[in-house]
Design a protein around this ligand. Structure first.
Ligand SMILES: Cc1cc2nc3c(=O)[nH]c(=O)nc-3n(C[C@H](O)[C@H](O)[C@H](O)COP(=O)(O)OP(=O)(O)OC[C@H]3O[C@@H](n4cnc5c(N)ncnc54)[C@H](O)[C@@H]3O)c2cc1C
Length: 363
């Protein structure tokens, strides 16, 4: 059967465009994904103990974009969820990002907001030029806070010393001079009531959408007729790596299940200085599931493997710009999403881009 629209990738980018073409235009669309499931990186599933896990890392929906919140809300009921993160520093578990509460607990003080401002100002290092990621942190919070919270975490997460890299890795240091310990401050925050996979299934529940899973686009692209292609796979792969392989940071997600109700005090605990993993997520604390056991996930960043985080350096961006030039020459092909656009996207932002693409170019 001929499909005028072909979407490569069944992540949130691809599914949003497919849903709009199918429901908004009443046109047939084929969605191809090389994985065995839809949802891309937001895919979640029940493990052998019956605990809902996020297979590709913890995903918390948060946005100030009401249209995106309401668009996704057609496919799920949202459960209220205000994400909180603790970080282990000097043996203390204290809130992240750095708030008044964080510093008071770390230094056993009881500062007011104004005193915190003076505390930070006295430590920030005035630098003539901000050249590296270390400079960004030093100029904002000073040496000691930089070392406790950012230096080793960055080394683990990106495999580079912040002093050796431009300002793209640590581009800003979020500081809150109040006691708001929520991790995100967006107006809308939540978890899909039945999980992300169910949300995605509801998006593709349309007779105009045909799913082709376990299929690498590369293997069928020469034989696949279409009028319009929406490509959400990796940019370098589409062009057969003619400008080289784009660099990504990958992660090993290691799950452990314990015969106990609760493992830790927060949904996520960061470990900037201890252990080889960056953080531990306890899924029940995000999903609200009641279960007598609990599953946690440890994240071990690594250089090779599934592409998760594009390297945000100027060099990598320049390499990607060569691919962008190639994209401009392609006819009837639209490039969308975190892999095709080689950028870190939050879920709400990728849905926003997909809705905009549909509105501006496809409908
Ligand atoms: C560890 C981690 C945690 C995150 N946490 C959050 C969070 O808390 N909140 C938030 O808002 N965002 C979070 N994100 C970001 C979120 O995952 C992305 O915004 C979203 O997944 C992007 O959707 P996408 O469709 O662009 O990409 P993806 O979800 O990656 O989908 C791309 C799809 O394309 C398929 N594909 C690739 N190549 C081919 C090919 N050749 N043929 C066929 N199919 C192909 C892939 O299999 C994949 O299914 C997180 C990301 C990571 C990595």
């Amino acid at each position: 059967m001929y499909y005028p629209y072909v979407v490569v990738g069944a992540g949130l980018a691809g599914l949003t465009v497919a849903e709009r073409i199918a429901a908004g235009k009443n046109e047939k669309v084929l969605v191809v994904d090389k994985r065995a499931h839809i949802g891309g990186n937001v895919y979640d599933s029940y493990n052998e103990d019956g605990i809902l896990i996020h297979n590709y890392g913890p995903h918390i929906f948060h946005t100030n974009d009401r249209e995106v919140y309401e668009y996704l809300g057609q496919f799920t009921k949202w459960d209220d969820f205000w994400h909180r993160v603790l970080t282990q520093v000097d043996g203390n578990l204290i809130p992240m990002p750095i708030t008044l509460e964080t510093l008071n607990r770390l230094y056993h003080l009881s500062m007011s907001p104004e005193e915190m401002e003076r505390f930070i100002a006295a430590r920030a290092v005035p630098l003539e030029e901000i050249k590296t990621s270390r400079d960004v942190a030093l100029s904002k919070v000073g040496e000691e806070i930089y070392q406790k919270f950012f230096e080793n975490y960055t080394k683990k997460q990106w495999g580079v010393d912040p002093a050796d890299i431009d300002t793209s890795v640590i581009s800003r240091i979020p500081l809150r001079f109040n006691r708001d310990t929520r991790y995100f401050t967006d107006k809308y925050q939540g978890m899909p009531h039945c999980g992300y996979t169910k949300l995605c299934e509801a998006m593709v529940h349309n007779k105009n959408i045909k799913l082709l899973l376990n299929t690498d686009f590369e293997e069928i692209r020469d034989d696949l007729p279409y009028k319009t292609l929406i490509y959400t796979g990796p940019a370098d792969e589409y062009f057969h790596y003619k400008h080289g392989k784009l660099a990504y940071r990958s992660v090993d997600f290691v799950m452990e299940t314990y015969d106990m109700e609760s493992f830790q005090d927060a949904p996520v605990v960061n470990y900037p200085n201890d252990y080889d993993y960056t953080r531990i997520t306890e899924f029940k604390k995000m999903t609200g599931q009641q279960h007598k056991k609990t599953t946690i996930m440890k994240e071990f960043p690594k250089a090779e493997g599934e592409p998760y985080y594009p390297f945000p350096t100027a060099e990598c961006k320049a390499q990607f710009a060569l691919y962008q030039k190639e994209m401009e020459k392609e006819e009837n092909v639209y490039f969308l999403g975190r892999l095709a656009e080689y950028r870190y996207y939050n879920m709400d932002a990728v849905v926003r881009s997909a809705l905009d693409l549909y509105r501006d170019k496809l409908c």
